[in-house]
Write a protein that binds this ligand. Structure first.
Ligand SMILES: Cc1cc2nc3c(=O)[nH]c(=O)nc-3n(C[C@H](O)[C@H](O)[C@H](O)COP(=O)(O)O)c2cc1C
Length: 571
């Protein structure tokens, strides 16, 4: 950045006319009424061409003066604050912004507790889309990622645990624990696997009510340390979009579930007492309109509600460790991150933009489709996991027909008692276009799948034709995301790609830059650019509050290339 500065000599800088100083002091331009800058032997003044660089030098405070009607930045020298109107020498400061490094954004206790350099997280993405590679890259960049365990077998999740525990990541990673109302044994199995393999941090998501497995995970191993403080080795960062769910996670584990764990001797009565003094989750991510499962809530309303809830619940329980709230949903531009941090988010969490990066477990075809998406190119479509009760997920619309096709399946499911009752035209459409198999063939494949995964479903389907229809349709929905991840060329029109409006906003911001190309999108490069840009935006906001409105493009408009980023992010 320093290289971009065009430095003027002290002699030139002291040539600022006393008359002009007087004029600006009387007008009270910016902080000019009470802040004064005087040159010293090590000072410089850089002209307007270097303004962007000066604002971007986030390690240094920014002092702006006016010189011949133009803004210039001053460095070194002496800055003094005096009573307005007090006699003084030097130059009135038009605006001042403190140093603001990306490391300072968010909550420092959050960063400290999780061993992070930056309060920036990558959320879990199912089926290993948030891959081990993605999680590793995040950890090495001083950030935190969650492996996308949802939808994977226990064996695949355990293989990811093996891989991540071998890498030296200083515990800067976690795994997803997703509520699975249709497969309670799987949820319990995943929680047990995490306990058995010593996974100390999970991102808990999709919960409406707390379940025994998530409570078991949280309270197993709870004890008092040498100072008598209660310590729970397993931590949860819960992702929620509703106050009712956040209330449960910010509260201590429910008494009836603790009693159940005591009854089954999984914890002692003393441990149950200790558990009553800690929250289920110290950290909650407020997830606004996002890719995948979403309530489509705006962050500007959700985040303040959850911050207020945090304060109420902290006041009620007086926890030793204060509660914290992070922000997710739409975090894909510097301005969005800056807004979230400015509103009080302890951290931000991204999703959609990471799927578009080379490290994600998705395919190049999907990355190309994502790179073309605009903000309106998304739609809500029926979810595979909670299809029968009408739950929907946010997906990509451009370049695939999945949202329309899946919606048609849901309508047919609602309208008919079973596959056999479908009108001929609908039957032909579903068999030929979607399943590419007869209903009988499709049921045979689906039956085999569920016999391995959850045999109870097969028993029920053999009694109930409507359930059989649900399972066949759900298997199409399940396969559609696998076809996308595997990049199956013959199935592009059926790709189910979870994606939120964040993707379009990111594409807009990066258009015409090196980050427009899918092959240049790397999670750490994207993350560093977002967080650096956010710090720039917050500096610009400091200036705006002092009446300085810089023209668009002076600072922070474009992402930095990897070499420039490395320079900015030198430890
Ligand atoms: C492809 C994809 C898959 C996702 N899968 C999961 C998941 O399995 N579990 C989960 O907790 N969140 C999942 N999410 C949500 C993300 O972790 C994150 O909370 C969300 O994407 C943030 O919003 P954004 O998409 O606007 O960035 C997924 C999101 C995407 C885009």
């Amino acid at each position: 950045m320093a290289g971009m500065r065009r430095t003027l000599s002290i002699e030139q800088s002291t040539a600022l006319s006393p008359l002009m100083v007087d004029t600006f002091a009387r007008k009270g331009a910016g902080v000019g009424e009470c802040a004064w800058w005087s040159p010293t032997s090590n000072s410089y003044v850089a002209d307007a061409t270097a303004l962007g660089g000066a604002i971007g030098s986030l390690n240094e405070p920014l002092i702006l003066l006016r010189w011949n009607g133009a803004l210039v930045s001053a460095g070194g020298g002496k800055l003094e604050f005096r009573e307005p109107g007090a006699a003084t020498e030097g130059y009135p400061v038009a605006a001042y912004a403190p140093a603001l490094r990306p490391e300072q954004l968010g909550d420092d206790a959050f960063r400290g507790d999780h061993g992070l350099r930056f309060a920036y997280l990558a959320g879990a993405m199912a089926n290993g889309i948030a891959s081990t590679r993605l999680v590793e890259e995040m950890a090495r960049a001083g950030m935190l990622g969650f492996f996308g365990a949802a939808g994977l077998s226990l064996e695949r999740v355990e293989a990811a645990i093996d891989q991540l525990s071998r890498a030296d990541l200083r515990a800067r990673y976690g795994f997803n624990l997703i509520h699975s109302p249709n497969e309670p044994e799987l949820e319990a199995g995943v929680a047990d696997l995490y306990l058995r393999r010593g996974i100390r941090l999970v991102e808990a998501s999709a919960y409406l009510r707390l379940t025994l497995p998530v409570v078991r995970y949280r309270v197993t191993g709870i004890k008092r340390d040498a100072e008598g403080c209660v310590v729970a080795p397993n931590r949860i960062i819960a992702k929620v979009s509703r106050v009712e769910v956040a209330t449960q996670f910010f509260s201590p584990p429910p008494a009836e579930l603790l009693s159940e764990l005591v009854r089954t001797r999984e914890i002692t009565p003393e441990q149950a007492l200790m558990a009553a003094s800690i929250p289920m989750a110290q950290d909650i991510t407020a997830e606004a309109d996002s890719g995948g499962h979403t309530d489509n809530r705006p962050l500007v309303t959700l985040l303040p509600s959850l911050l207020a809830l945090r304060d109420r619940i902290q006041g009620k329980y007086s926890y030793e460790q204060p509660l914290r709230v992070g922000a997710a949903g739409g975090m894909s531009t510097p301005a969005a991150l800056a807004g979230a941090y400015a509103m009080g988010a302890a951290y931000v969490l991204t999703g959609s933009v990471n799927q578009a990066c080379v490290e994600s477990g998705s395919s190049d075809t999907v990355r190309r489709l994502l790179a073309q998406a605009e903000q309106a190119d998304i739609a809500m479509a029926p979810a595979a996991d909670m299809f029968e009760i009408g739950v929907r997920v946010q997906v990509l619309k451009r370049g695939t027909m999945f949202p329309m096709r899946a919606a048609r399946l849901y309508d047919l499911y609602r309208a008919h008692p079973g596959l056999e009752s479908l009108p001929e035209a609908d039957r032909a459409f579903v068999e030929k276009q979607l399943l590419r198999a007869t209903f009988e063939e499709a049921w045979r494949g689906t039956r085999e799948f569920f016999l391995r995964r959850d045999p109870g479903q097969v028993e029920r389907a053999e009694r109930d034709p409507k359930h059989r229809m649900a399972l066949v349709f759900r298997s199409y929905l399940g396969l559609s995301s696998r076809w996308a991840n595997d990049g199956v060329a013959s199935r592009v029109m059926d790709y189910q790609v979870w994606c939120g409006p964040a993707m379009g906003a990111f594409n807009e911001w990066t258009r015409g830059t090196f980050l427009e190309k899918p092959e240049n999108r790397r999670v750490a490069v994207v993350a560093r650019n977002l967080i650096y840009g956010a710090a720039m935006q917050l500096r610009l906001q400091h200036l705006r509050a002092q009446g300085i409105h810089l023209p668009a493009g002076v600072a922070g408009a474009h992402p930095l290339e990897p070499d420039a980023l490395r320079e900015v992010f030198k430890p």
